[in-house]
Design a protein around this ligand. Structure first.
Ligand code: DHB
Ligand code: FE
Length: 285
């Protein structure tokens, strides 16, 4: 761990409220869902909760504990964290049910659009002496028809060697370990970065309270986040993991798929590791 001063400490409240503000700025869309659909979904969710209460004879004490906790999640700004850890993976499963291309997985709360644009062979923005094992991440983007996709765009973002994301933890340069890489005319890319560390979701806020109260753990395996797009194709949002990671089998966010596990080998230039991963994009609907 790098040294952190008391005031520069990453807290759940700080990363939670950043994630909430980000969501409100980028993702919130006007209510386009029909009354009929809202009626169906809201009724079924509420009925499912009733069933749990009856089945487990939930007491007033437990009901009030839940009420207090739900209020606290909002006050901590941790709804993005809670939803992206425990709910999003099933939304992604449903959304990708019939696709043929590369598997995707959850986006999580820490994507920021419009990161610095980089050429096909690039080094992600990083600090001098950025801690961590150097990693060369390279590959090619094609369509499901096998045709190369010139100029495919890869948004990449990941945590540092301490498990922190720029813009969601203090004292990290704005675009550290984030970039928008434009693939070459053959859809190829070669991105130099460092291997991220396993990430613990914030434990000092209400998501941490739930984890402790239930006897769970807060770990996600180390991962690279990617959003890959090309004209005429359906963009894929993915995460790539590393073989042998101690949390690969029990990711708190249930976002690991076997197709998403990388096996880096020693780098050809002797500095760190390298790995090749090719993306296959489905056609746009
Ligand atoms: C969370 C963090 C991540 O880095 C991620 O990929 C998914 C979820 C979270 O803290 O909620
Ligand atoms: Fe992440």
């Amino acid at each position: 761990m790098t040294e952190q001063t008391a005031e520069a400490k990453a807290t759940a409240a700080a990363s939670g409220s950043s994630a909430t503000l980000r969501f409100l700025a980028d993702k919130q869309s006007a209510g386009t869902t029909s009354k009929e659909r809202v009626n169906t979904l809201a009724t079924e969710v509420i009925t499912a909760v009733h069933d749990v209460i009856r089945r487990h004879k939930v007491s007033y004490e437990e009901y009030n504990a839940l009420k207090g906790w739900l209020i606290q999640v909002g006050q901590d700004g941790e709804w993005p964290l809670f939803l992206d850890v425990w709910i999003e993976h099933v939304v992604e499963e449903v959304a990708s049910e019939r696709l043929q291309g590369s598997k995707g997985t959850i986006e999580g709360p820490y994507y920021v659009p419009d990161s610095p644009v980089l050429e096909a062979t690039a080094t992600l923005p990083m600090r001098d002496g950025e801690p961590g094992t150097p990693l060369l991440f390279q590959g090619q983007v094609t369509g499901v028809d096998g045709k190369v996709l010139p100029g495919a765009v890869l948004g990449i973002w990941h945590a540092d060697d301490d498990g922190y994301y720029s813009q969601f933890a203090p004292a990290i340069p704005e675009w550290n370990l984030r970039g928008t890489v434009i693939a070459d005319d053959d859809g190829r890319f070669a991105i130099s970065t460092i291997q991220p560390a396993p990430y613990q979701i914030p434990t000092d806020g209400s998501c941490g309270t739930l984890i402790a109260a239930a006897g769970w753990h807060a770990w996600r395996p180390a991962h690279l986040h990617l959003k890959v797009s090309a004209p005429g194709c359906r963009p894929v949002t993915s995460q790539l993991y590393f073989t042998g990671d101690e949390h690969i089998e029990d990711d708190v966010a249930t976002a690991v798929k076997p197709e998403l596990i990388l096996a880096p080998v020693p780098a050809a230039d002797g500095d760190g590791k390298q790995v090749t991963y090719n993306f296959v994009l489905d056609p746009a609907e």
